[in-house]
Design a binder for this molecule. Structure first.
Ligand code: SAH
Length: 246
């Protein structure tokens, strides 16, 4: 099976590349690139794609850059060029649900675009004609995630993830998104990946580890916890891959 593992930032995929390549985690991009042994590098449309063989299966790892447009581009290349059959997203997010603490893992049940707004024409927030407000992630992959969580004794949360081209660090905006979409976490790529995978009928899974609470302290917390939270998400995704191909 050909599996894609995608993140938005190098920090999010570095632990995955390290694990696939079998060397200890490093966070220096130059180091990683010059030391990857089992990984083939492709440059396509301004992004790098890392192709690895892992236990006889093909894995393609990529980070898109931040935001919905870059995420949609990367997901499209993974599906159309690399012909991946599953896409797993790993990264960090801001918490909307007060039960979510920094480091917690949340798997998206469904995703929406909180900044998509043609309400002037009487449509609901997050909707455009022929589109959907919410896109469901793959049920089988979510079930697999629950099994992994159980085996590892991890309290994996599930919930709605809202995506938009904004780093939200504002209690008012945060509350609005939570109320309008019933969302539990917020980030900047998930729904774009969901739209692409749904359109191409590729089962996908979005996992996020909380880096901040999308409040006044969000930028500070984000910088502080990015690495740790990215790592938590990446470790979980690697375990999911093991289970998926096992
Ligand atoms: N510090 C980075 C910018 C990070 S943007 C820089 O200077 O380059 C935030 C990233 O983490 C996005 O990829 C998004 O998906 C996720 N994220 C984490 N917390 C978020 C929040 N509160 N609002 C929106 N996205 C968030």
């Amino acid at each position: 099976m050909k599996i894609a593992i995608m993140g938005a930032m190098i920090e999010e995929i570095e632990p995955i590349l390290s694990a696939l390549d079998g060397h200890p985690p490093q966070s220096d991009l130059a180091y990683i690139l010059s030391n990857l042994k089992n990984v083939r590098l492709h440059s396509i449309a301004g992004n790098r794609y890392f192709e690895a063989k892992y236990k006889g299966h093909d894995i393609v790892v990529a980070y898109s850059k931040i935001g919905k447009v870059y995420a949609a581009l990367t997901a499209s290349v993974l599906v159309q060029h690399f012909k991946v059959e599953r896409l797993l997203f790993s990264g960090v997010a801001g918490a909307l649900n007060p039960d979510l603490k920094i480091g917690d893992l949340i798997a998206a049940t469904k995703l929406c675009q909180h900044d998509l707004d043609i309400t002037a024409f009487g449509h609901p927030y997050g909707y455009v004609p022929e589109g959907k407000i919410y896109i469901q992630s793959d049920e089988y992959l979510r079930m697999l995630a629950k099994e992994v969580a159980k085996e590892k004794g991890i309290d994996l949360k599930e919930g709605i993830i809202a995506t938009g081209d904004q780093f939200v660090a504002d209690p008012k905006r945060k509350e609005w998104i939570r109320k309008t979409f019933g969302a539990d976490a917020i980030e900047m790529e998930g729904a774009a990946v969901a739209v692409v995978c749904d359109a191409f009928d590729v089962p996908f899974f979005v996992l996020r580890s909380i880096s901040d609470a999308a409040d006044m302290d969000a930028a500070f917390d984000f910088d502080e916890f990015l690495k740790h939270s990215s790592r938590r998400s990446a470790d979980f995704i690697i375990s999911m891959v093991e289970k998926l191909i096992g």
